[in-house]
Design a protein around this ligand. Structure first.
Ligand code: C2E
Ligand code: MG
Ligand code: MG
Ligand code: MG
Length: 291
């Protein structure tokens, strides 16, 4: 983190670099404590059918309320966890929490799936498939209830190993999703190699889709590519009704975004689900989650 002082005074760059390093060390220690104390929480953002509003599932998004710094973004602490060996315990915590939540929704008659994000590091962890299998058994859930969201950039870091790990996960019966589609490099070449069920079009293209012809063209191209490859296509970052209506018209399978719901704490998500009356099982459509 840069201090205001650092931005103003180049002369102080050495001090500031040291400040930054010690800030990192402190944050790493705080993150380790937060994981150990179970102080990280998980919020859930619904994935819904843009045409009918039916709920397919929810994505688990980790949250960290730092005692002094307040809410720290996962974009900041996930890389920190990856660099400091904390990503495995963090992933285990989020997986267990999310699967227990999903089992709870099902007990209440909401037959939904849950999606968990995997970091770059986790994808080359050859123990991951066994870890995921054990977490599913602990929660008493069928593997198809879980979707794991990965990024192409993560796969590119070690292609052979990542593809092996993904194939093992697929063999268990877990659903796999390519997150942030369109922002990685060599998207098309990698997509062909990945044994995935779902494509999530990055919000960078979805946010401007109603006003920007270029974004609209990219989203429509991604949709037809996903369909041609037999994938379940999700659009993230749906912030208004116009965007939702266009995605429904274009046949997008599922949407996520502030217009439908923000990521919610567990109790709020349950209230949201109850209010939507979504207890019916998801049909056996093309790659539909939540089987
Ligand atoms: P992501 O998986 O692509 O998640 C989507 C991000 O977009 C989330 O940010 C979500 O809150 C945000 N979002 C949802 N709807 C909208 C919308 O309508 N408009 C806009 N502008 N944003 C929207 P968040 O929760 O801050 O997470 C950021 C990233 O951190 C995630 O991107 C994911 O890559 C990573 N992340 C979050 N939780 C975990 C986790 O448990 N494990 C790992 N490895 N990574 C995680
Ligand atoms: Mg995601
Ligand atoms: Mg994404
Ligand atoms: Mg992202």
């Amino acid at each position: 983190l840069y201090t205001a002082k650092q931005r103003r005074r180049d002369v102080e760059v050495y001090d500031s670099t040291a400040d930054r390093a010690s800030h990192r060390v402190r944050m790493t220690g705080d993150l380790r404590d937060a994981i150990a104390a179970g102080a990280l929480t998980v919020h859930y953002q619904p994935k819904t059918d843009p045409a009918t509003g039916r709920v397919h599932g929810a994505e688990a998004l980790v949250r960290w309320e730092h005692p002094e710094h307040g809410r720290v973004s996962p974009e900041e602490f996930i890389p920190l966890a990856e660099q400091t060996g904390l990503i495995r315990p963090l992933t285990t915590l989020v997986l267990d929490t999310a699967l227990a939540a999903c089992a709870g929704w099902r007990r209440q008659g909401h037959h939904l799936g849950v999606a968990v994000n995997l970091s770059t590091r986790s994808l080359t962890d050859t123990e991951l498939p066994a870890q995921v299998g054990e977490a599913l058994r602990r929660a008493g859930l069928p593997p198809a209830a879980l979707t794991l969201e990965i990024t192409e950039t993560a796969v590119m870091a070690d292609l052979a190993r990542s593809v092996a790990v993904l194939q093992e996960l697929r063999a268990i019966g877990v659903r796999l999703s390519v997150d942030d589609f369109g922002t990685g490099q060599s998207s098309l070449a990698y997509l062909k190699l990945l044994p995935v069920h779902e494509m999530k079009i990055d919000k960078a293209f979805v946010l401007g889709l109603a006003d920007d012809q270029g974004d609209a063209a990219i989203v429509r191209a991604a949709l037809s590519l996903g369909r041609a490859m037999g994938l379940w296509v999700v659009a993230e970052g749906v912030e208004d009704g116009t965007t939702l209506a266009l995605l429904a018209e274009w046949g997008c399978d599922s949407v996520q975004g502030y217009h439908v719901s923000r990521p919610l704490p567990p109790a709020a998500l349950e209230a949201w689900l109850d209010a939507r009356h979504a207890p019916e099982p998801v049909g056996a459509g093309r790659g539909a989650p939540g089987a």
